[in-house]
Structures are given as C-alpha cells and as structure tokens.
Design a protein around this ligand. Structure first.
Ligand SMILES: *[C@@H]1O[C@H](CO)[C@@H](O)[C@H](O)[C@H]1NC(C)=O
Ligand SMILES: *[C@@H]1O[C@H](CO)[C@@H](O)[C@H](O)[C@H]1NC(C)=O
Length: 335
C-alpha cells in the first residue's frame, strides 16, 4: 500500500473515532452547562481530578524509586560493565558515562571501540561463545574482587539480528542469536548478581537490560530476534521480584522502538508521526538519568511503545488491522 492511500485510510479512521469522541465531549460540555450543580462545585470537581492525577503520578514515581530508600548518583566509586559497548546505543552509553566522574567503564565486545577514552577498558569477548563469555566474566570478577572493587552498574546491551524467515534460518545462526541476545545476558546476570550478594550485599548494583518493542510485537521474518528479546522481558519481570528483598539491587528494562543505529539501518521506518526514530544519544542520556535516580521498571521509548503490550489484548481483527496499517510485516526482506 502506498503512503497516500495509507494516509487516506488513517483520516477515515480518525473521522470514525471522532464520531465516538464527540458525544463524549458533548457530555462534558452539557455537564458544564448543567444548572443542578453550581459552577463552584464544578470548579472543585475539576481541581480534585487534577490534584488526584498529580498525586498518582508522584506516588508512581515514589514506588519506582523503591519508596524513597536513598540512592546516590553515578560517582567516582562506580564501575560499569557494558556488553556491546563499541557500537550503536552501547557506544553512546559509554561516551555519556565517561563524561561523569566515574571509576571505570569495562566494555565486553567482539569488535574494538572506535574511540579511545581514558577510563574505558576494552576486553575482547565473543558473546556468542558461552565458554569465552564465562571465562572472561569470571576472570574480570576475580580481578575486581582481589582489588576490593565491584561492578556497580551492569548494562546488558549487546544484540544481533537476522534477516531470514524462520524456515530459512539455519540452526547455527539461531543458536548464535540466542547466545548473544539471551544466554550471554543470563550468564552475566547470574555471575555478577551471585558475586554481589556474596561479597557486596550492602553496596549498590544497578542493572540495565536492553530488550526491544519487537519482543512485545514480533514482525514477520524476525521471529528469533523477537523471541530472544521477549525472553529478556520475562527475565527482567521475574528477576525483579526474586531480588525484591535487596533494595540496593535495582533493575531497569529498556524496550526501545527503532533506533537510528546501524543495526536496523536497512529497515525503512513508517508512520514516523506516531513512531519517531529514537536517537541513541538521547536514549543513552535518559537511561543514565534513570541510573542516577535509582528508578526501576520499564523504560519504553518513544511514547507509543508504552502501549504496544495492550495491542495483544485486543480482538484478533483489531490486531490484524494494527499490523496492516503499521506496515511492520513488510519491512524485513528475506536475503
Ligand atoms: C539484512 O539485510 C540488509 C539489506 O541487504 C543488510 O544491510 C543487513 O546487513 C542484513 N542484516 C543481517 C543481520 O544480515
Ligand atoms: C520474508 O520471508 C519470506 C520467505 O523467505 C520472503 O518471501 C519475504 O519476501 C520476506 N519478507 C517479507 C516482507 O515478506
């Protein structure tokens, strides 16, 4: 479907929706004109609704910050471990974190970072290889333990994708994608958290897991990537509860939409008025502000991404329409 007919149909839908919204608007205006309640009472009802909304907003933020248990900003004592820090969102996070007064940033990646920054230490690691990942992470933790130091910020960011339909993917590639996107984060999480609880229980550990909105709604020909990101979503949910008794260990899940990084460069964006491309630098700054506040939960960007899980709860035909109009299933060309 070309852009024009797509726009035409969107306008049609907007007119239909407005047909329903307009009566609601009329109910509101007739309530305003209603003579049985005085305008003073109406004024107070509106004020109460505004106050209740503000209270709810603040209460929600209070809960996300572990009910006010104190938390310090990123500082000289912090050591960051980030996977896939050489490119894309990972390298933006490294650059932004390096601007802060921080002890060290350790990158695990297969490729070398392009920039050489003072506080940044690069360790070559093939995250698709379990044995390599295991030995690199264990050596690193051993070395830090012996210096009386510990990882205080862990960012599981590395990810790879594919272009093929499920039937055209080969076994080796499927395993490789799951190894990098799912099994290596699990291995790193388990190793770092177990060591933290054993030796540094009273110190802080902030964990960021980079998932994707595609883990919530999987497009055609991207099944394995989407499944590997959905797994990260579930692990975050369950692990957050498992660790709830440790207020010093906090977990953030990030589910970004399309980023302007190399990874999805070949995928033409659509409906950018609703789903704008996310700047990796902007997202990196947002993630760092969450680390500074010690905020837990899910960070979904752009705004519409917050509502994607709700699409799955709609009737079948509505889901079909959402998929059709978003064009999400026409983007990944099998190579
Ligand atoms: C997918 O195909 C595009 C277009 O040919 C290419 O640029 C990209 O590198 C491919 N990605 C992967 C992971 O194979
Ligand atoms: C998805 O994969 C199938 C099977 O290889 C291919 O025919 C199709 O062109 C691919 N892309 C889309 C957008 O359907």
């Amino acid at each position: 479907m070309n852009g024009n007919s797509q726009n035409g149909i969107l306008i049609l839908i907007a007119i239909l929706v407005f047909g329903y919204v307009e009566p609601a608007y009329q109910i509101f205006t007739s309530w305003l004109q209603d003579k049985t309640t005085t305008s003073n009472e109406k004024y107070w009802i509106i004020v109460k609704i505004i106050i209740a909304s503000c209270l709810f907003y603040n209460l929600n933020n209070y809960a996300k910050r572990r009910s006010g248990i104190s938390w310090e900003k990123v500082s000289q004592d912090d050591i960051v471990l980030i996977t896939g820090g050489s490119n894309g969102l990972g390298s933006e996070l490294v650059v932004e974190l390096a601007k802060v007064n921080i002890d060290q940033i350790i990158i695990l990646d297969k490729v070398k970072p392009k920039l050489s920054i003072d506080k940044v230490k690069y360790i070559e690691c093939d995250l698709s290889n379990e044995d390599d990942t295991k030995s690199v992470v264990q050596n690193l933790i051993h070395e830090l333990n012996s210096q009386g130091k510990h990882i205080s910020i862990l960012i599981n960011n590395a990810g790879i994708r594919h272009n093929q339909s499920l039937l055209n993917l080969d076994d080796v590639n499927i395993r490789k994608i799951f190894n990098v996107n799912t099994f290596s984060p699990i291995l790193i999480l388990r190793t770092v958290i177990k060591n933290h609880i054993a030796y540094n229980e009273d110190k802080r550990l902030y964990i960021v897991s980079i998932s994707s909105i595609l883990g919530v709604l999987a497009p055609k020909n991207l099944s394995i990537y989407s499944a590997s990101k959905a797994a990260i979503y579930s692990i975050h949910e369950s692990l957050s509860e498992e660790l709830i008794e440790y207020p010093e260990i906090r977990l953030l899940l990030v589910t970004p939409g399309q980023l302007s990084t190399e990874m999805f460069q070949d995928v033409a964006p659509s409906m950018t008025w609703l789903a704008p491309i996310v700047s990796p630098n902007w997202l990196a700054k947002k993630i760092i502000s969450k680390i500074n506040m010690g905020e837990i939960g899910v960070l979904s960007e752009p705004f519409y991404a917050n509502f994607l899980p709700a699409v799955r709860a709609t009737p079948f035909i509505v889901q079909r329409l959402c998929r059709y109009f978003s064009g999400m299933d026409t983007k990944i060309i099998d190579q």
